[in-house]
Structure formats: C-alpha cells, structure tokens
Design a protein around this ligand. Sequence first.
Ligand code: PLP
Length: 388
Amino acid sequence: MNTQEIIDLEKDYIMHTFGRLPIALDKGKGALVWDVEGKEYIDCFSGIAVNNVGHAHPKVVEAISKQAEKLIHCSNIYYTEIQVELARLLCEISSHDKVFFANSGAEVNEGAVKLARKFTGKNDIITMENSFHGRTLSMVAATGQHKYKEGIGTLPRGYVHVPYGDSEAVNEAITSDTAAVMVEPIQGEGGIVVPPEGYLKELENICEENDILLIMDEIQTGFGRTGKMFASEIFNIKPHITTIAKALGGGYPIAGILAQEEVANAFKPGDHGTTFGGNPLGCAAAKASVEAIIEEKLVEKSQKNGEYLKGKLEALNEANDNIIQIRGYGLMLGVEFNHECIKIVNKAAEKGVLLNCTANTVLRFLPPLNITKEQIDKSISILSEILA
Ligand code: PLP
C-alpha cells in the first residue's frame, strides 16, 4: 500500500484520536526512518522518547528474536529468569530496590498511586498544574491540564493540583490525608518545562518532613534522555517511587514501578497484578535495550549530543526574533516560539526531519541518544531554512 491508501484505510477503520502527520513509516535504522515510498527522515522524536537506542538496534532485535523462539509469554504465576535479571539490572542502575512490571506509563502511574495509598494508609496525591501522567481515568485526573478532562464525565477523586515549581504551594496543600507528591522532574508534554533551581530537593525535604512519599514520573525522562540515567540524578533526589516506561523496552511496550524496599513491601500477594506485564519477550527487549544504553555509553552521548544540539539551537535563537527560550537537559530539548509551531513540524517533515510540537508553541527535540553530529547538523540546517 502507498501512503494515501494507508491514510484512506485508517479513516475507515481506526478511531480518530490522533492528529497524525501524513506519513506512513515502514522501517528504521539508528536515527533514520523511511516511509513506504522509501523517503528518508531523520527522527528527532523517537516515537515520543521511546527509541533511545535508535531504531532496529541489533542487540534488541537479536534479544527479541531469540526470546520469541523460546517463550513469548507465560503468566506471572510462574517465574522466569529473564524477568528477575531485568529487575536486578534496573535496581542496580537506579536508587530503588524492587520492581513491579506492567505495560504502559499510565498503568505504572496508577500502580504507583495504589502502592503509595497502601503504604501510607492515606488517600490524596498532590500533582502539578501543566503535568501529564497518562490517559486512564485516574491518570487524567492526576494530570494537571484541563484539555484532557473534557467530556469524559466523573473522574476519580483524590488528586490535588498545585503550580509546578512552587514548593510552598505543596507545603500548603498537605493535609492529614496526603499520601504522596507525584511529579515529572521535567514536564514533557507540558512543553519541556524545567524546574526552578532547588525545587525538587525542596519537594524531597517536604515529603520527608511530612512523612509522605515522593513519586517521580520518569516515563519521559528516564534511560539517559536527560544526560543522566534518570533525571532524579541531575537534582540529587532519591524518590520513594519512580515510574518508568517508554524507552525501557527499546520500542517494545513494557513499563515498571521502581520502589524503595520498605515501600515496595506494602504490596502483598493479590494486591496488584497484570496479565502481560513483565512477560519474557518484553523483559528480553528491555534487558537488551538497557544493556545497550550502558555498554554504548548512551547516557554520556545524550549529554554530549545534547550540549551540541543546544548550542546549535541557541545560535538559531540569536538569529530569530520569534524564539522565546531554548530549554531542557541532554537530548530532551524544547524551543519555545511566540507562535504555534505545528507549521514548522509539517515543513520539517516535508524536508525529511521528524520533529514534534507540544503545548502548541514548543518545538520538541527527543532524538535517539546515538544520533550523529552530521544528523544533528542536517536537522538544524533544515530548521534554519524553514525559519529564514
Ligand atoms: N507520564 C509521562 C511523563 C509521559 O510523558 C507519558 C506519555 O507521554 C505518560 C506518563 C503516559 O505514558 P503511556 O502513554 O505509556 O501511558
């Protein structure tokens, strides 16, 4: 099928929830993808911060193929070696002691809220305005953006929203029924909003002083995206719970709740579960993907490539009056314009660069961490042509 035929068929058979670009992708390698007509694109979006190791990474491909030949799925009522190995690896690279595996970001955020409520015996979760935590009803309730809540009726209660960046507002919102504070270290969907200096440390202290849990949603920021394995490291934070998804499986859907020992032990047999979460195929993909991040020093590459890309974007900023700010860490960078940026995204795609616009005015860069300098140069030269 060609692109138009795929688009026509999609109109007939798929619910229209996504605002898609008119591109039908067929294959990828590293930071490049090709559409069904064979047109090449530099992927500066990584499927929303998923393909951190790049497309078709040989280690991930091999791990998935080998595991698929052996055992794709078995229930969590049995043990598998690959699941416990992945769990150990995740605990080694994070500040956590135990893992619960699931399938998506929203699902692990839900699980994190359940765990926090079980552990504390309290109900309320303080979350931030302009945050994004997923699309299930409870995570729509947790999310601090009105547009996701319209027309879907009653949402679960128990979420209290305060402005992002204002630790005093968190202090004031705490009651005797507060279980946890849930926060993205850098707001992704909200427009690559970075926290003010000291903010996350203040939240950690406030949680400590008030005996409540700190849940860090690292679903977008995790696995080297920000130039550290987890963004918590940038701010020297050790959350009680961290949620991970997106880049964990190198493109295969798998997610996890990471928790400190004492908190993790609040879940007893039967308290939480999933059919697919942590199945052998997902765990094999994730183990290979995390090992590739470590062995190929992709965290360091994210830091270096991020500095390089940020420098190029700052040079563009000097030549363009419509750019308000360049911000972010590592290869999670946003360029805020004083106008909507969807037209830039469309033009960039025509010229062979995949970008994204979030919060209407923020051009978002989330390329694979192993994007080359030449690919960055080419993307920037196309962007500067568009902005000229
Ligand atoms: N939390 C954050 C910070 C996210 O960026 C996202 C997705 O963009 C989610 C949660 C939801 O993840 P998923 O789409 O896998 O449910």
